[in-house]
Write a protein that binds this ligand. Structure first.
Ligand code: PLP
Length: 391
């Protein structure tokens, strides 16, 4: 067998996919498994978006598109950013990519090399660390703390920057915690970054439409002083329940845009043409399906938090964004990964252990509420019985 280059000994993955495979296998073997592990909305893509893709195929959109995406979609992304976030972004700085992950892949490839340090949230989306390690750069975790409501601390983040830091990755609203970083904290962070002009910023705002309790999403795009080194990551996966379509977009400063375009030409060429036309329909079309999804997530969010706080040894702060709860399970006496595994194998509930999102995830579980209120209630009941029996 020919040897792989050593970088492949360092690349990681997302345990959520392994949990999903195990949960599916158990269900196929006849077990009643409730899946609270999965990070994708359980609603279908809105029908008008599906119709737009069908029409695009019927209209003959079968060929390559520009590597950076079709102009009408880049214009729709600009309109969406202006409407939602009140920031003007030129379509020439918008790039269409196959999913949110691809923007982080590109950004980390651009700045990661041996000797470079890259800051990333911990607990956080596992691909950040995996990709940083792949490039040979040093991953520097930014601890995300429950006592801060799982928001970034500007002070702690800035304190981790050294002359070797090349990139800081931020994510709000956040996976896996549901934390939303307040504007005052982002203001402080951006002010501090002025003293570190060599540091680029990747702001993962894939959950930017998903906040609750009147909480507003604060975009990093709103800070002109860092726009020349900011990469904004977003996409259709979560907002429009389109995880399987593979549609993301990003905003880049001009010199990085050219590098991103070259990476696209060297790898995926372009996003599936019909998917891009569907994306225009998602962004420009009626948003009532998004509002209905968020109302449903909100209802389930309160159900999950209330149920978790009734369990012995468990406490859970109310998440302000995304569709995850991140309960503290330290009082149960269980290690998080052992509990996630026992819950799946013995109680038929799929969750993800906090350590799958980083070392600071020990003592927590991630529960996705992308499942029906009825299933969430059943899962909480089963968790209660399991914990009472196995204390
Ligand atoms: N960023 C975060 C924080 C996520 O949680 C996810 C998906 O779970 C992604 C990016 C990737 O999204 P996509 O499926 O569009 O690649």
């Amino acid at each position: 067998m020919p040897a792989l280059v050593p970088a492949f000994a360092r690349i990681g993955e997302e345990n959520a996919f392994a949990v999903l495979a195990r949960a599916t296998a158990l269900a196929q073997a006849g077990r009643d498994v409730i899946n609270l592990g999965i990070g994708q909305p359980d609603m279908p893509t809105p029908p008008h978006v599906v119709e737009a893709a069908v029409k695009a195929l019927r209209d003959g959109h079968h060929g390559y598109t520009p590597a950076t995406g079709i102009l009408p979609l880049r214009e729709a992304v600009s309109r969406d950013i202006l409407r939602r976030l009140d920031v003007a972004v030129s379509p020439e700085s918008v790039m269409i990519v196959p999913g949110g992950k691809v923007t982080m892949f590109m950004a980390i490839l651009m700045f990661g090399e041996p000797g470079a340090e890259i800051l990333y949230p911990d607990p956080g989306f596992p691909i950040y660390r995996s990709m940083i390690e792949f490039t040979g750069a040093t991953p520097v975790p930014i601890p995300i703390r429950e006592r801060n409501g799982f928001a970034f601390s500007a002070e702690e983040t800035l304190g981790l920057i050294t002359p070797r830091t090349r990139l800081v990755i931020l994510n709000s609203p956040a996976n896996p915690t549901g934390g939303v970083t307040p504007k005052a904290e982002i203001d402080r962070l951006v002010a501090g970054l002025a003293g570190h002009p060599q540091v680029a910023v990747l702001s993962d705002e894939i959950y930017g439409t998903m906040t609750y309790d009147g909480e507003r999403h604060h975009t990093l795009l709103a800070y002109p002083e860092i726009r020349d080194r900011l990469i904004y990551l977003d996409g259709a996966s979560k907002t429009y329940a389109m995880t399987g379509w593979r549609l993301g977009w990003s905003v880049w400063p001009a010199p990085l845009y050219e590098a991103a375009r070259k990476l696209a030409v060297n790898s995926f060429s372009c996003v599936n043409a019909a998917t891009q036309w569907a994306g225009i329909s998602a962004l420009d079309g009626p948003q009532d399906a998004v509002a209905a999804m968020m109302a449903e997530f909100d209802r389930r969010r309160l159900l999950v938090v209330e149920g978790l706080n009734r369990l012995p040894g468990v406490s859970c702060i109310t998440p302000k964004g995304a569709f995850y709860a991140f309960p503290n399970i330290a009082g149960t006496g269980w290690k998080a990964k052992a509990l996630a595994s026992a819950l799946l194998e013995e109680a038929g509930i799929a969750t993800i252990g906090g350590p799958d999102f980083g070392v600071h995830g020990e003592g927590y579980l991630r529960l996705s509420y992308a499942n029906s209120a009825e299933n969430i209630a059943r899962a909480l009941e089963r968790m209660g019985a399991f914990l009472a029996e196995r204390r």
